[in-house]
Write a protein that binds this ligand. Structure first.
Ligand SMILES: Cc1cc2nc3c(=O)[nH]c(=O)nc-3n(C[C@H](O)[C@H](O)[C@H](O)COP(=O)(O)O)c2cc1C
Length: 195
């Protein structure tokens, strides 16, 4: 069991180019054990706003793609900023859509939450709201460790090098390398959004 490769998809709650959460997400493969394969989830940026009338005409294919990626994964890692003390609207919209797919795929799914935000609480309030949504969807959300990166803008600034060793480690940071996408459909948007 310890040797089994675990396929985990990462969902970035920020859509902006240069997102700090995307930087954190892209740094994860360098920190993960060898048997953890991390890929970026298919994109949700173009989902329509959730509307039951739209759903009645058929769940959009992009929603089904994300839902099936969640279903197929051994786990999900969210990396998201906090917007107005909660989760970004685009991310909530994506979760609302995926939750309407029959046999909704978050049920029983191991889920980890991570956040980076410019506030001093590092997105903690977003995590409480995201956790509540995951509770409703019967996900198995990890309690610990709590991963919060506060004052992200300051942390992302390059620090003045104090020695040749710190200069070398700064330039070899893995945060600029985008995560592979879990579908070819999302590859283009990943490259487009990654800094
Ligand atoms: C609409 C909006 C609301 C925000 N609300 C919060 C907030 O409640 N708490 C916080 O710490 N930062 C807040 N911020 C600042 C974000 O933490 C900051 O923009 C962060 O860089 C977003 O993450 P990203 O870099 O991954 O896009 C807000 C930003 C926006 C655009």
């Amino acid at each position: 069991m310890a040797d089994k490769t675990l396929n985990v998809i990462c969902i970035c709650g920020s859509l902006r180019r240069g997102s700090y959460n995307r930087m954190v997400m892209n740094a994860l493969p360098g920190l993960a054990p060898a048997n953890l394969k991390l890929t970026e989830a298919p994109p949700f940026a173009d989902f329509p706003l959730y509307n039951a009338d739209v759903q009645d005409k058929g769940i959009p294919p992009a929603v089904l793609t994300l839902a099936e990626a969640v279903r197929a994964a051994d786990g999900v890692i969210f990396n998201s900023p906090e917007y107005n003390f909660s989760m970004p609207g685009g991310l909530k919209n994506a979760i609302d859509w995926v939750s309407r797919v029959p046999n909704q795929p978050f049920a029983g799914k191991p889920v980890a939450l991570q956040s980076a935000a410019n506030g001093t609480l590092g997105g903690g309030r977003m995590q409480y709201d995201l956790r509540r949504s995951m509770i409703f969807l019967d996900a198995m959300t990890l309690n610990k460790p709590e991963i919060l990166s506060a004052i992200a803008r300051k942390r992302s600034m390059p620090r003045p090098a104090r020695s040749p060793i710190s200069r070398r480690s700064a330039s070899s940071s893995s945060s600029s390398k985008p995560l592979p996408s879990s579908s070819s459909a999302s590859a283009a948007s990943t490259e487009q959004r990654a800094e």
